[in-house]
Every structure is written in structure tokens, then in C-alpha cells.
Design a protein around this ligand. Structure first.
Ligand code: 5GP
Ligand code: ZN
Length: 110
């Protein structure tokens, strides 16, 4: 999607601090961290939100969730919080589905 900032991050049109990347997913640091560690995991496929997911996406979504513990462990987290904001009323600002991974002490939001 040409007007999607996360697609632009995938394409390196917008810089980001990437922490993990493979053919299916990208993980990078949130630009405005709400915790000492605040990562965003996105699929390279543009899916606007969890509300737009179809059965065709179940393998991809399952894969993403299965990768979260590995990413969190590599980031030094012993525990973490995952959040998927969905829709404007769900607090979603960027309409490319993403999993927030938060941790590292301090008081977590929400
Ligand atoms: P949402 O509210 O949509 O679930 O979360 C979007 C997140 O993306 C926010 O936490 C925000 O700080 C982050 N974000 C927005 N624009 C950028 C950007 O250009 N680069 C990075 N690294 N994070 C961004
Ligand atoms: Zn996108």
C-alpha cells in the first residue's frame, strides 16, 4: 500500500530501528516507546487491521504469535505484554496490522 507508513518502513522508504526481519515479518522499535522495551511486529503482507483478517491469514497470524516469545527473549524480556489495537475506537492509529510487544519494567500502559 503506497500510503501506508509501515509498508514504507518494510520498503526502507522510512527509516526504522529493525530488530528482526525475515520473508514474512518485520520487528522494529516503536518511535514513541511506552515501556523500556516497545517493539512492533508487522507482517510484510499489508493487512489493515485484525478486523480485516480472513481465514487465509490464519497461518501468518499464528506464525507471528509463535515468534513473539523468541523476539521478547532476544530483547531481554522475562515477561511481556502484547497488544493489538483494532479500529479507530480500539486505539489503532496505523492501519497495517501490528502486535505491540512491551516490557522491561516500569509501569506498563493500560
Ligand atoms: P497503534 O495505536 O496503531 O496500535 O500503534 C501505532 C504505533 O506506531 C504507535 O505506538 C506509534 O508510536 C508507532 N509509530 C507511528 N509511526 C511510526 C514510525 O514512523 N516509526 C515507528 N518506528 N513507529 C511508529
Ligand atoms: Zn501497510
Amino acid at each position: 500500500m503506497s500510503d501506508c507508513i509501515f509498508c514504507k518502513i518494510i520498503d526502507d522508504e522510512i527509516p526504522s530501528s529493525k530488530v528482526y526481519e525475515n520473508e514474512q515479518i518485520l520487528v522494529f522499535k516503536d518511535i514513541a516507546p511506552k515501556a523500556p522495551v516497545h517493539l512492533l511486529m508487522i507482517p510484510k503482507k499489508h493487512i489493515p487491521s485484525l478486523a480485516e483478517v480472513t481465514a487465509d491469514d490464519s497461518d501468518l497470524l499464528g506464525y507471528m504469535l509463535s515468534k513473539v516469545p523468541e523476539i521478547a527473549k532476544t530483547a531481554g524480556l522475562k515477561g511481556f505484554r502484547t497488544i493489538i489495537n483494532t479500529g479507530k475506537e480500539g486505539g489503532q492509529i496505523v492501519f497495517h496490522i501490528h502486535i505491540h510487544i512491551l516490557g522491561g519494567g516500569g509501569s506498563l500502559p493500560f
